[in-house]
Ligand binder design. Structure first.
Ligand code: 5RP
Length: 223
């Protein structure tokens, strides 16, 4: 089974968590894209979706799925998204697709977070994947110094020779070299740095369910 086939398998499995007649929170990335394609097949059974990025909103609309503004929603039954790393406790690193802030906002109003990923994303210790941190552009240098003091090696994310600009008009710093023993504590510590918009650690509100693609099929974890 290829990595994409595993992603497709978990995307299909995630449809079981979609509540008919409701609005679904939808994440960003290649696995989330497979999920959107599955959601398109049952679009008449849901009211619509809240998107965690402009790219996701565009793909949802291309499938004829109504996209709602989060400001018009009180709560969501479920948020379904991928991850860059996930622990057996359901803590995650996210933000490889630069959508971490909107992902964290949409996830925060969902009763259930279903993480869909290929099995290679399951790790005992977070930090091998560089930790994304979204920052206000003018604070990039000072935040980078604070992240260095925490033991990381910050790198401004560059695309096409320029700093990548997120959907929120901000920059991303990727922090290498962290071995994250206490994800919830580090999440709070980095979020407290002035100039940080969001850190891509999802530990204080981690996943509730993990659907992981393996060669033997979809492995379901409950956290
Ligand atoms: C985007 C994310 C994604 O969920 C994460 O990067 C995983 O992506 P993929 O499904 O492409 O492996 O956090 O900001």
């Amino acid at each position: 089974m290829t990595q994409d086939e595993m992603k497709q398998a978990v995307a299909r499995a995630a449809i079981d968590y979609v509540v008919p007649g409701e609005i679904i929170g939808v994440g960003t990335g290649s696995t989330a894209n497979f999920f959107i394609d599955e959601l398109g097949k049952i679009k008449d059974s849901i009211k619509g979706a809240v998107a965690s990025s402009e790219a996701t909103a565009e793909r949802l609309r291309a499938h004829g799925i109504a996209v709602f503004d989060l400001n018009d929603i009180d709560a969501l039954s479920v948020y379904i998204d991928g991850a860059d790393e996930i622990t057996p406790q359901g803590a995650m690193i996210k933000g490889g697709g630069a959508a971490l802030t909107r992902e964290k906002i949409v996830a925060s109003v969902a009763r259930q977070f279903v993480c869909i990923a290929d099995g290679s994303k399951l790790v005992d210790l977070l930090g091998n994947f560089p930790l994304p941190v979204e920052v206000i552009p003018m604070a990039q240098a000072v935040v980078a110094r604070r992240l260095t003091a925490l033991g990381g090696q910050p790198r401004l994310r560059i695309r096409d020779g320029k700093p990548l600009v997120t959907d929120n008009g901000c920059y991303i710093i990727d922090v290498l070299g962290l071995k994250i023993q206490h994800p919830a504590e580090l999440e709070a510590q980095i979020n407290d740095i002035v100039g940080v918009v969001t850190v891509g650690l999802f530990a204080r509100r981690g996943a509730d369910i993990g659907l992981l693609g393996t060669a033997e099929g979809v492995r379901r974890l409950t956290f």
